[in-house]
Design a protein around this ligand. Structure first.
Ligand SMILES: Cc1cc2nc3c(=O)[nH]c(=O)nc-3n(C[C@H](O)[C@H](O)[C@H](O)COP(=O)(O)OP(=O)(O)OC[C@H]3O[C@@H](n4cnc5c(N)ncnc54)[C@H](O)[C@@H]3O)c2cc1C
Length: 446
């Protein structure tokens, strides 16, 4: 594994005194192609100790609803099975109940999360540790600081920087055999055989239903990846922006929970297609360029995910037009229930409610319209974040705030001035009507 993926958060203190190496699986919910896991096993083998994997079940993260929990827990049960098959114990603990284990560890390994509320959680772990803590950046192709030491304003500025380094970071991560298995270690874990068992024991908001269509877990992610590569990738470039077509990977929830990594996706794609294939290039533009732009913004922009985090020109122009007359104003409740006059928008909201994600093209329209239908651009931004994070299985991701910020002008250029939007690019019904699959989309979500 390339050393640039490693971040030492706490240098050697009382190393070797602890009983085991602990990997806290916070962001990369998978047992294969997991850089942090293999780093932990490698280090444990070198120290002659066992390695355990700790899964913190945090109850009060934003939107602790049944939809998000069920998807995550389906993945957790499968992760436990796969790790046990390799002789590694998965320890589930509620909230911060795992911190005593951190103190007993001779080395702590962490995933790298990018959002502010997740970084605070990492700080708690570092404070609670008496030994070396290493964070591993395993859910991006090229690590953020390697791509660029500064905030990148546009996809076109980050593109050459990330693409230049891409091939050396598409490295394989062979699965190592632990020399000392940890299954018999005397460490208590909250083990249930079913998702329902866990749900009964945690505070979960039951008002957002689970989504049957998407099942959590790394096996599901791999199955979807193979379907994508075999059946959809040949049409990806041509059809990905057609709302009626099923031409994209639908991997965003799996990437969001680290049930698959972007490197895994690209390695599989490149087994079947050449790098210069137009569909592969289009996928790289989304999965690498835009996705890494989101992580760049999460690391370098302290206000990322808020209206205040938008570029000055975008904020000013939207505020200048905040007093423009709006033909329709909707409450959050009306929006949430897809009760607007606009059948396209309602269809997109229904897709979000029923499937936990929205087609990319419709997502842009969905978000832009909020600017038109709320009293202020600040409120529109808040509503977009709320709806996307609450109902999206791929929500609460740097991509979420990148997509929303883009709709409010960030990472885009100023356009001709118009009502309400000012110089921010508008999207109209006319552009939707030109999409050949729009009727099919409407019939699917009406
Ligand atoms: C308002 C708005 C909100 C969004 N919210 C989210 C969100 O909560 N979570 C999320 O993952 N994406 C979000 N996106 C980006 C994009 O819509 C989704 O990533 C994409 O639709 C997911 O479908 P897919 O997995 O089939 O994508 P594919 O086209 O198959 O792409 C593969 C992967 O590349 C990444 N990707 C694709 N498009 C983008 C993009 N524009 N920006 C960044 N990464 C991208 C995703 O990880 C995606 O799973 C949002 C976009 C907008 C405009």
């Amino acid at each position: 594994m390339r050393v640039e993926r490693l971040h030492v958060l706490r240098a050697d203190q009382e190393a070797n005194r602890g009983e085991f190496v602990t990997y806290v699986v916070y962001a990369s919910h998978r047992s294969v192609h997991n850089y942090a896991l293999e780093y932990a096993i490698h280090a444990a083998n070198a120290l002659g100790k066992p390695a355990i994997v700790v899964f913190p079940l945090i109850e009060r993260k934003p939107h602790p609803n049944l939809r998000r929990f069920r998807f995550m827990l389906e993945g957790l049960l499968k992760l436990r099975g796969s790790l046990e098959g390799r002789g590694i114990k998965l320890v589930v603990r509620k909230n911060f109940d795992f911190l005593p284990l951190i103190r007993e560890s001779c080395l702590v390994v962490l995933d790298r999360p990018y959002l502010a509320h997740q970084r605070r959680y990492i700080d708690e772990i570092v404070k609670g540790s008496e030994s070396r803590v290493v964070m591993v950046e395993g859910d991006v192709t090229v690590p953020v600081e390697v791509v660029s030491p500064r905030p990148e304003p546009y996809a076109r500025t980050i593109r050459p920087k990330v693409l230049r380094k891409l091939d050396v970071f598409l490295e394989d991560v062979p699965a190592l055999a632990p020399k000392t298995p940890s299954l018999d270690l005397d460490v208590t874990s909250w083990d249930e055989d079913t998702v329902e068992g866990y749900v009964r024991g945690i505070e979960v908001d039951h008002t957002v239903d689970a989504v049957d269509r998407l099942v959590g877990g790394e096996d599901e992610a791999l199955r979807r990846l193979r379907t994508f590569v075999g059946e959809r990738l040949p049409f990806y470039s041509e059809r990905r922006s057609d709302p009626g077509a099923v031409a994209t990977s639908e991997l965003s929830p799996y990437l969001r929970w680290g049930m698959i990594s972007p490197v895994q996706v690209l390695r599989e794609v490149l087994k079947h297609y050449a790098l210069n294939d137009v569909n592969v290039q289009t996928l790289i533009n989304e999965l690498v360029v835009w996705r890494e732009l989101a992580r760049n913004a999460a690391v370098y922009n302290p206000d990322f995910g808020k209206f205040e985090g938008l570029p000055l020109w975008a904020r000013s122009t939207l505020e200048d037009h905040a007093g423009d007359r709006r033909e329709h104003i909707y409450s959050l409740r009306e929006l949430e229930r897809a009760q607007t006059h606009d059948r396209y928008w309602n269809a997109a909201q229904r897709e979000l409610l029923s499937t936990g994600k929205v087609h990319n093209y419709m997502r842009m329209y969905w978000c832009k319209k909020l600017i038109e239908w709320t009293e202020t651009p600040q409120r529109a931004f808040e509503y977009a974040v709320y709806l996307n994070d609450r109902y999206g299985l791929d929500g609460l991701d740097p991509n979420s705030y990148l997509g929303i910020s883009w709709c409010f002008g960030a990472f885009d250029r100023p356009f001709f001035e118009s009502k309400i939007y000012g110089k921010v690019r508008r999207m109209t019904e006319e552009s939707l009507k030109r999409k050949s699959g729009i009727q099919l989309y409407l019939s699917r979500y009406s």
